[in-house]
Design a protein. Sequence first.
Length: 495
Amino acid sequence: MFRSAFLLLLVACTPHRVTRAPAPPIDAPQAFAGASTSAGAALPDRWWTVFDDPALDRLVARALGGNFDLRAAWARVAQVRALGGQLDTRLPDVSLAASAARSRSASPPLTIELPPGFTIDDTSTANRGSLAIQAGYELDLWRRMGSQRSAAAHDLAALTDDTATIAMTIAAEVTTAWLDLRTARAQAALLAEQLRLTLAQLELLKDRLRAGLGATALDIFQQRSLAAQLRAQAVQVAASEIGIRARLATLCGVTPGELDAELAAGPASLPAVPPVPAVGVPADLLVRRPDVRAARRRVEAADWRVAAAIADRLPALRLSGSAGLEGFTLRQLIETPVYSVLAALTAPLFDSGRRKAKVAEQRAVVEERLAGYARALLAAATEVESALAGERHAVALAGELEEQRTLAAATVAAAVDRYRDGQIDYLPVLQAVQTEQRLGIAVLDARRAHLALRLQLYRALGGTWTTALRAPAPLPLRASDAAPAAPAPAPRGRP
């Protein structure tokens, strides 16, 4: 009993104490500098749902299931999981070995003289067969193999977090493209309304010219030029919408044009900007940001490899054995069991310092991973701070542009009144109209920029929704309908 307890103690011990869930090597601030003192709205987990658009929800779900970058990331996770299975040595290796042999050999010559007519065969023939089960097992005295398994498990978890980071990025890219699509449609509607008013004013100028009420041919040419500019902008917006649809199709993993029917209808306006969410404290990013979690897990994996490298410098005990049947005849094979048991203890004595250098290498890897951990946390906190700072400027800019557009509309009304009274020519009216039209587009762009900042804030705060993601079904490997390519010519050897 004492011997068994001592053996279990040896198996459980490790020469290096691994730090589990290490703290970041920097002191995170207690709060974000740009955060509001008020609590703010509840932070949504699946943040794209705050825009309340079923089409966007369908697009994100389709991208998370069909995006090829995400599929490739899941395939890498499967590869690392399979590699981790190759390191599992908690059970002994067992194999079955069977052999059968028939041999013929010459016998030594006789030293006596045989009578006449007697002969003896000077060769001998023998059969030999064996059937055995062989097993080998290394006792993990210092958790060398256990540390390697733990390191592989943390690598797998880090790669899974990397996949979650890709999923978050894809969701943000789909939402960004969706906002671009809504912006393009809003711009198209605004340009169509501006063109309608411009053409209506052109007809009024023509009527005034025919009636001799002060309009000139120059006024008509200028108004036509303004209409042509609006048409050109509308063509550019229509072309950009086609590109946005193709981008959405690529993100969803379908061919360009496959989403056209689904995206044909939709509001020609931008959604309202959601309320500012409660951002919490920077320490929350350790849980909500998968890239930060991945960096922490890589630190742990490197620390486990330090333990494995140290354990590799200590003695190792391996047990092996076999049990089976062996004999020269079938009856002997059945009735003659054989077995062997071997215990081997090996300890490194001299290796030119290779194992010691391996420990130093793994400790340097831990240092590198710690720096990456700190960098990931700082980058995450900086993204949140940048989004919060941009929020204040976006609100101020939108207010200023709205005020300018109101003043521009009043300027247009005043200029039109003075033009009708004959106090000014048409050029000030045209300039005021162009200013109002530019401000209309600028206000739309400012709202789009404000929504982009809100999206950036949601993306920077992360989320826990990625923990529910699962790998999609494998892609089918099918033969191509096209003719197979000709094989590459074999390289010629030197004469």
